[in-house]
Design a protein around this ligand. Structure first.
Ligand SMILES: Cc1cc2nc3c(=O)[nH]c(=O)nc-3n(C[C@H](O)[C@H](O)[C@H](O)COP(=O)(O)OP(=O)(O)OC[C@H]3O[C@@H](n4cnc5c(N)ncnc54)[C@H](O)[C@@H]3O)c2cc1C
Length: 349
C-alpha cells in the first residue's frame, strides 16, 4: 500500500497523479477535515494545468501579471496566474481523489516513521511506499534527519475591493527583507509580508488599507530543498522537502511539478531524487536571485525604479538600466534577480 502523509497541495496532487497511474493510495491527514494552511493562494496557470484535475471552478481571480512596486513606482511582468479559493480547491481535489478510489483517513496524526512502519497515534502501519507531504514541520522529514532554511510569512485576508488583476509585490526594506504582497480576490485581498505581524501592520498603514480582517494566518515557508529526497521506502515532497521557490517563495507550483515526477518514478525512487535535483524548480539561480534581493537596498531600488517606472519587464532595454548598473555594488546582483525572475515566470512561481 502507498501511504501519503498530509492532504495539502503536495499530498493531494501526488495522490491524483498516482491514481491516474493505477496505484492504490491512502492519505493520512491529522486534521478531521481538509484545512488550508496560511497562503496567499496565488499560483501560475501553467502549473495548475499540469494537474489531472480541473482547478478552474476554484479560481477566485484570474491574474494578468505581477507588479513590483517601490515608493509608488513599479514595473510589471505579464504572466498568467490565478488567486485560488484554496480551501475549496483542496476540498475539490480531495473529493475527486476519493471519487476515483483513493482513501483519506482524517484525524490520523502521524507521530513517527521508520524503515518499516508509519506510526499514528492509534496504530502502526506497514507500508510499501511512504510519501511525506506533511508540510513545513514534517514528522516524516525527521526520519531523514534533514533540516532546511525557512522564512516566516504573516498574512491577513481583508474585506477590500481591488480593481486591477495584478499580484502586487512591495520591495522596500521598510516592510520586509524580502517582500510584502497584496493579492486580490473577488471581494477581499490577501495581504502579507515575509516577516512578522508587526511588520505587516506597518505595511498596512503605509499602503493605507483599512477593512474588516476576515482571517489572520502565519506559517513557515521552507525553501531550497533537502539533501536527500529518498531514504529506503520513504520519500519527501512539497514543504516537507523544503521545495518552495527560494526567490518567489511560492510552494504550490513546485509541489505540482514534483508530484508528477514522483508518480512517474515510484518504481525507481532514486530516479525521483535525481530528476528533482536536476529540475528547474531546484535551479541554483533561484537561490542566487533571492540573495541578490536581500542585499538590494532602498537607495539602489530608488535608482532602478526611477528608470523603469511603468515598463513591462521584458521590454526593459539595456540602455534603460545601463546607468543603474554603475550604482550597484556588483553587477551580478541585478543580473541574478533578472534571471531568477525570468526563470520563475517560465517554470512556475
Ligand atoms: C503566509 C504564507 C503565504 C504563502 N503564499 C503562497 C502563495 O501565494 N502561493 C504559493 O504557491 N505558496 C504560498 N505559500 C507556500 C505554500 O502555502 C506552501 O508551500 C504549500 O502549502 C505547501 O503544500 P504542502 O502540501 O507541502 O504542505 P501543507 O500545505 O502544509 O500541507 C500539509 C498537510 O499535512 C498535514 N499534516 C501535517 N503534519 C501531519 C502529521 N504529522 N500527520 C498527518 N498529517 C499531517 C497538514 O494538516 C496539511 O493538511 C505561502 C506560505 C505562507 C506561510
Amino acid at each position: 500500500m502507498i501511504y501519503i502523509v498530509g492532504a495539502g497541495p503536495a499530498g493531494l496532487a501526488t495522490g491524483l497523479f498516482l491514481l491516474e497511474k493505477g496505484y492504490k493510495v491512502t492519505i493520512l491527514e491529522k486534521e478531521d477535515k481538509i484545512k488550508s494552511t496560511a497562503c496567499g493562494e496565488a499560483c501560475d496557470l501553467d502549473s495548475l494545468k499540469m494537474l489531472p484535475f480541473d482547478s478552474t471552478p476554484y479560481f477566485e481571480r484570474v491574474i494578468e501579471g505581477l507588479k513590483f512596486i517601490f515608493n509608488g513606482k513599479y514595473f510589471y511582468v505579464k504572466t498568467r496566474g490565478v488567486v485560488l479559493n484554496r480551501q475549496k480547491w483542496l476540498e475539490g481535489m480531495a473529493d475527486e481523489f476519493m471519487r476515483r478510489g483513493g482513501k483519506i483517513k482524517f484525524s490520523s496524526k502521524v507521530i513517527k516513521v521508520d524503515s518499516q512502519y508509519i506510526y499514528t497515534e492509534e496504530e502502526k502501519k506497514n507500508y510499501e511506499l511512504c510519501i511525506g507531504a506533511d508540510g513545513p514541520l514534517s514528522v516524516v522529514r525527521k526520519f531523514f534527519g534533514e533540516n532546511c532554511a525557512f522564512d516566516v510569512g504573516s498574512e491577513y485576508e481583508i474585506e477590500y475591493k481591488k480593481d486591477d488583476d495584478f499580484l502586487e509585490f512591495y520591495l522596500s526594506k521598510k516592510f520586509s527583507p524580502h517582500y510584502a504582497w497584496i493579492f486580490p480576490k473577488k471581494e477581499s485581498i490577501n495581504i502579507g509580508v515575509i516577516g512578522n505581524f508587526s511588520m505587516l501592520d506597518r505595511f498596512l498603514k503605509e499602503v493605507k488599507i483599512d477593512g474588516k480582517i476576515l482571517a489572520k494566518k502565519a506559517g513557515m515557508i521552507p525553501y531550497g530543498g533537502v539533501e536527500k529526497f529518498v531514504k529506503e521506502g520513504v520519500v519527501l515532497i512539497g514543504d516537507a522537502a523544503c521545495m518552495a521557490n527560494p526567490f518567489s517563495l511560492g510552494g504550490i507550483s513546485p509541489a505540482i511539478h514534483a508530484a508528477k515526477i514522483l508518480a512517474k518514478n515510484v518504481v525507481n525512487l532514486k530516479r525521483y531524487e535525481e530528476e528533482i535535483k536536476k529540475h528547474a524548480i531546484m535551479d541554483g539561480i533561484l537561490m542566487k536571485g533571492r540573495k541578490a534581493v536581500e542585499k538590494l537596498n532602498d537607495k539602489e531600488m530608488e535608482i532602478i525604479f526611477d528608470r523603469i517606472d511603468g515598463k513591462e519587464f521584458r521590454e526593459i532595454k539595456y540602455r534603460d538600466i545601463a546607468g543603474v548598473l554603475l550604482h550597484f555594488t556588483s553587477v551580478p546582483k541585478f543580473y541574478n534577480i533578472s534571471r531568477a525572475l525570468l526563470h520563475s515566470i517560465k517554470w512556475g512561481w
